[in-house]
Design a protein around this ligand. Structure first.
Ligand SMILES: Cc1cc2nc3c(=O)[nH]c(=O)nc-3n(C[C@H](O)[C@H](O)[C@H](O)COP(=O)(O)OP(=O)(O)OC[C@H]3O[C@@H](n4cnc5c(N)ncnc54)[C@H](O)[C@@H]3O)c2cc1C
Length: 282
């Protein structure tokens, strides 16, 4: 049973923000509904009103290019994944999005919904963190551009105010970056991540950025790591040490804390081998 709530298909963002403000914390934005409707059905959320933005053209638009991209909040994941240039320009983001649920689910689910749901295991979060994405938001007080680094504040919590709507996600120009995404799940096929890791290496700056999901209350972005080692094994140990000290895995239905701790270095090493010349050695 989904319970009782009002459903409103809005005709402007401003109308949506006003509705959310009037609902005083009891409103929710409906995108694909693949998280929200499940949570309502399971009694985890009980909004009085759902605000459906999918009819707004501006939120259904996206633009992908080497010099920076913007992805409207209502764009279903499959539209991105099936765009000709998307996989070429953002291979690791495409890998992360393809790993989300099933094809049918990705016909509904959105990138905005994935981050606004703020699961520590959200598959798009680590790669958006290493790409330094920006979340565009409108509320009754105006417009905000929030760095993805500041977006997640806890399990299922974000910095969004109750009247704010995400309008889109921007990816700054970083054509020099090499990126990779790795996900460990319980089964082949579709499953939430036990751990997900994304990396971005800048050959120009010789720095590596890593972000880890499902090992702390929020996805974790590490400070940039300088890649100047002559010894790949020593560099990997150094990186794994930094990673270990930055996360706090717990046991849950998907895996134990000790399993997560054992798998994490393996995923990190795979990222290093994929991204760095000689795995970070000379
Ligand atoms: C069977 C199944 C498998 C799944 N597998 C995966 C998986 O492998 N990996 C993964 O990461 N996730 C997975 N998910 C979770 C979910 O599909 C994704 O998080 C998806 O991207 C959510 O997008 P949505 O558009 O459906 O969001 P919705 O469910 O519509 O919304 C999610 C949350 O975001 C808020 N929200 C949505 N849009 C906005 C906006 N524009 N402004 C403000 N708030 C907004 C909603 O109010 C809600 O709180 C799975 C879910 C199911 C049911």
């Amino acid at each position: 049973m989904l319970g009782n709530f009002e459903y409103k298909r809005i005709r402007s963002i401003e109308e949506g923000c006003l509705c959310l403000a009037e609902a005083a914390g009891k409103g929710a934005v409906l995108a694909g509904g693949t998280d929200l409707l499940v949570e309502i059905r399971n009694g985890l959320k009980s909004p009085d009103i759902l605000i459906d933005c999918k009819g707004l053209d501006a939120l259904n638009a996206f633009h992908v290019s080497q010099s920076g991209s913007s992805i409207g909040a209502s764009v279903p994941l499959n539209r991105l994944i099936e765009h000709r240039g998307f996989h070429t320009i953002y291979p690791a983001l495409a890998d992360a999005l393809i790993s989300i649920g099933t094809y049918q689910l990705r016909n509904r689910a959105t990138l905005a919904g994935n981050i606004c749901n703020a699961s520590p295991a959200a598959d798009s979060a680590p790669i958006l963190l290493v790409l330094n994405a920006v979340v565009d938001v409108i509320g009754i007080e105006g417009v905000r551009a929030i760095s993805i680094r500041d977006f997640f504040t806890g399990v299922k919590k974000t910095t969004l105010k109750p009247d704010e709507i995400v309008t889109g996600i921007r990816l700054p120009e970083r054509s020099d970056l090499r990126t990779a995404f790795k996900k460990q799940q319980r089964i082949r096929g579709h499953d939430l991540a036990i751990i997900n890791v994304a990396g971005a290496y800048s050959p120009d700056e010789k720095t590596l950025r890593l972000a880890i999901g499902s090992c702390a209350p929020t996805p974790v972005l590490l400070d940039p790591i300088e890649v100047d080692s002559k010894d790949a094994d020593a560099f990997a140990s150094h990186v794994i040490e930094i990673v270990r000290s930055s996360v706090s895995p717990i046991s849950d239905v998907r895996a134990s804390a000790s399993y997560r701790s054992a798998v994490l270095p393996i995923l990190v090493k795979r990222i290093l081998h994929e991204l760095l010349p000689a795995g970070g050695g000379a």
